[in-house]
Structure formats: C-alpha cells, structure tokens
Design a binder for this molecule. Structure first.
Ligand SMILES: [Fe+2]
Ligand SMILES: [Fe+2]
Length: 186
C-alpha cells in the first residue's frame, strides 16, 4: 500500500492544486477501489431487502433469484455479478434504475454485459409495459445492437422469471466472493 494512502491534499481551491496533491488523491482513490468499492456495493444491495415495491418478493430476493437462474445455466462470474446488480438502482433512481447498475459495473465488465444492464429495462418492458400504458415493443428500436439477443435472453430466462417468493434464493453471501473479484478487476 502506498504511503500516500491516508494523507490529505492541502489545496482549498482546485485551481491551486499541485501534482503532489493529486498523487495523494489518486493513491487514495486506488486504495478505495481496491479495498472498499465491493463493500459499498454489497451494502447498497443489501438495502433492497424488505423493499418489495408491490412485487410478490422483495428486490433483494429478485436480484438473488436472477443471479441464481443465470448461475444454474452456467453463466460466468462477470455475468452473474451483472445479474445480481442489474436492479441495484431501483431504490435510488426508480425512473431510470438501469443506468445506476450499468454505471457501477461499467469499468469492470465487457461492453456486452454493460449494454445488457443498461438496456434491460426497455427489453424487460416487453413483459409488462402494455399494462402501464407503454409500448411493450419499444425494445424493437434496439434490435440492431449485437447485444440485443443476449439481453433478450437475460430478461426472458432470468430477470422476468425471478419474482417467486418460494423460488430458490441463495444468500447474498453466496455471491460476495464474485462481487469482490469482479469489482476489483477493472
Ligand atoms: Fe430492472
Ligand atoms: Fe430485474
């Protein structure tokens, strides 16, 4: 660990900052990314427990079931972390939640997996948007992307299938090592 970790820059206006200041800040940033980001993400995910939002199961159960169904299909660790985190923004940005999850995973995952998290809301809309006055086929506008079909698979086989209060639901601890591994590899 750099001996700059824990030190503080001295500037009070950024236009007066120096390279030495930024060496300190960047060392602290790297240390945070290495040691703390996964904990913060897991803490935020845990906040979804008990928040059912009118659904039959709470949002943490939905997230865990989504990851479980993908795991049962043999998807890789990066995919499972995306499945686990795809709705992490639900309670922070209820009108555009996919952007939150996508932003969190972006530095650590493939373009395909990032695209999947970012656009899952529109593609999932096929299953319910006609019930809330929206166009369930709005996802057709995304069909030219090479990531469209894999995201249709994600929504069809995992995301929209994961609302069962009696469904198999691994504990969050089951996925903690994957989250720590994937969110450190950026
Ligand atoms: Fe979602
Ligand atoms: Fe979801």
């Amino acid at each position: 660990m750099s001996d700059l970790v824990g030190q503080r820059a001295t500037f009070t206006r950024m236009d007066q900052s120096t390279k030495e200041d930024w060496d300190i800040i960047m060392a602290n940033l790297s240390h945070h990314a290495e040691t703390t980001v996964a904990d913060r993400v897991l803490d935020q995910l845990a906040l979804l427990e008990g928040d059912h939002g009118g659904f039959a199961c709470d949002r943490l159960t939905h997230s865990l079931q989504t990851a479980h169904l993908a795991e049962r299909d043999g998807k890789d660790d990066e995919y499972l972390v995306c499945a686990l985190l795809h709705d992490i923004g639900d309670v922070l940005a209820p009108f555009n939640h996919p952007e939150i999850g996508a932003a969190i995973v972006k530095p650590y995952v493939s373009e395909a997996n990032h695209w999947m998290v970012l656009h899952h809301g529109t593609i999932q809309g096929y299953y319910f948007w006609h019930h809330i006055g929206l166009d369930r086929n709005a996802r057709d506008a995304l069909v030219d992307s090479p990531h469209y079909e894999p995201t249709v698979e994600f929504c069809g086989k995992y995301d929209q299938m994961a609302f069962d209060p009696d469904g198999v639901t691994p504990p969050l601890s089951h996925y903690e090592p994957l989250v720590r591994s994937v969110l450190r590899a950026g």
